[in-house]
Structure formats: C-alpha cells, structure tokens
Design a protein around this ligand. Sequence first.
Ligand code: SF4
Length: 385
Amino acid sequence: MDRAYVHAYADELGRSIEHTINESNVPDKLPPHLEFARTRVQCNLDAPVHTESITYSGAYASMRVDNSVQLDFFQENFRVEVKRLTKDDMEVDLIGIDPSIANAFRRILIAELPTMAIEKVFIANNTSVIQDEVLAHRLGLIPIAVDPRLFEYISENDSPNEKNTIVFKLHARCKRGEPRLTVKTKDLIWLPNGSEYLLEGQNPDSSSSSKPKTYTSFSCSQDSLPEFANNPISTLPDITIARLGPGQEIEFEAHAVKGMGKTHAKWSPVATAWYRMLPEVVLLEDIEDKDAEALVKTCPVKVFDIEDIGNGKKKAKVARPRSCTLCRECLRVGEEWEKRVSLRRVKDHFIFTIESTGALPPEVLFTEAVKILENKCERVFSELS
Ligand code: SF4
C-alpha cells in the first residue's frame, strides 16, 4: 500500500471519528435563532416574518431534533387561564396549542353551538313603516335567554310542541294624538301554552269538546315543566323592534326553534369569538432619558413606563406588553429604532375572547365548544378504528 494512500485513509478515518463524536454531542434542542423562528412571529416595520407554524415532524431532522407532536408534552404544557369573566364576555388564555385548535374553537363557537331563535312570524296586522319581511328579519336576530339544551331540534315532519318551540306574541298600538311609540323586546309576551292563532278552517266557537287546532300542538303548558316553572322564558329586554307613529299598529306571533349558526347567523350564540397571539415587547438596549420619554409618549396604549435609575437618570421599561396592538409606532420614534425595540408574537399562546349575544353565559359557551370538539375527535377515532 503506498504511503500517500495510507495518510489519506487515516485523515479520512480521523474526520469520520471526529464527526461521529460531534454528532453524538449535538444537543436535543434547536439553536437560538431557529428556536426563535419556531416559537415567535417577528413583527418588523414593513411586515411580519416567521409567520408559519412549523408542524412537520421532520422539519429539524438534520439537527436531530424531533418536531413531532408529543401527547405527553402537550398534556404537561397545555394551560387554560381565565383572565376576565363577565356575564356578557370572557377573555381566556389558551397556552400551548396550535393555531388550528384555537381556530377550531372559534368556528365551533360561531357556527356549531345551538341556540333558540325566532324562525316563523305570523303577522296579523302591521300598519307600521317597517315591511313584514324586515320586521321578521329583526325578530329573528333577537337573542332569546333560554338554555337550548332544554329543547329538541324540529324537522320538517315534526309538529311544533312544547319540546321544540317557544311562542311569543306582541300587540302594540300608538293611539292617535299620542307621541311616537317605541316597541321593545320587553313587549314580547311568552305564551307557555303555545300559539293562540287558529289553523285555517278551525271554528273558534265550535261546540265540540275538542279544542280548535292552532299552529302548535302543546300537550302541556311549558311553565308546568320544572325547568321553566320559576324561570319564565324571555328575550333581552331593551332591543328596539319598531317605532310606531300615531295610528299605527303591529300584531304578530313569533315562533322560536333550535338551530345553529351554520344554518343562519341568527342562531349563533356569540356576537363575536376571536383570538390574537400574545404580544411580546422587548427592549434590545437600554433606552434612557429623552429617548425613553419619547417612547412612552409614542405608544397609544401605554405599554411602556419610565423608571428612575438614580443619579437623575430615567430608563424605559415594558410594563403592559399584553396591551400592545402592533401599531408599530414605537419602531418609528426615530432612525433605526427596529434595532432598539423588538415586537413579537408568541405562536402557541392565544388570547381568546368570547362575546355572548346574551343567550348563554360565555363560560357555558366555552365548555360546550370543548364538548363539541371532543365529540368530533371521538367520531374520527371511531371511524378510523
Ligand atoms: S406596537 Fe404600538 S401598541 Fe405596541 S408597543 Fe409599539 S407603540 Fe405600543
């Protein structure tokens, strides 16, 4: 064997061994710049970067980092934190999830949670300036404060009964010589025995023992059911239905049934359901004195405060990053402020806001959305197995 070949072979072997040793020393995590791109959206002055969600399991295979979804890791890290809860809305942080899950909740809340809404309006008289169709459309959008879980869906072949229909009536008249009358939802009267309008051909004065038929077939009064005995069904009280001038009158019956937002928006239980990623505002260097004052003054939502660092000097600090709206004004305070302030979004931390229409409390909407997502997952599992 010639000497040159032996040396070349030894060199190659040495490199190979060195490479093997180095490979075995590769840490099980990404270098900082890749970890940053994986977990943060960087919001620059012109456009955001690293906006994609890197879910491919082999995305970092060359670095020996397994990027696949790990169920036990998810279970350990997933958190739900309620930040604000009122009777109308809630803000909840969903931490450790993919945008697709947050979006699934949003879509379920808007389109797949049932409520009760007015579907049929029987107009007996309408001399107001609002056309019948517009009046019926307005009535459909009125939130009805009742738990839809107490009712059944009605199909075309079902007759309206106490389990699937709620009936309201309204009769309002503005007498001549009186000021204009505002008709509000509080004027709607719940009819627990169902419709009072007779079907065509029925004789109200019939002497037979059976009652004349109406547009509903209630076998009992709804207020005799335990759910409604002490809890009469109502709508939100202060919504304007119509304004009547002197001499004008409206009289109708409205029938509400159970449905979902994907059929018509009137059944959607939320005014809106939306999310945003958690803002992260970082000062890349100390910003002091006049610059600090300019920065604090620039931010419209008061993300920054000034702290006294002694010797008459002041320094800017990030006090309320959650309020950041990403207006980017802080990057325009002066030349090259992108090198001083960094605006980011945390990719797996969602600030989720639910605004209820008033039909159901927001926390009930959230838990019902979780149940629907759970049922969907179970259906996928059962169909795959
Ligand atoms: S982006 Fe706008 S809201 Fe956010 S910290 Fe900067 S100035 Fe304030």
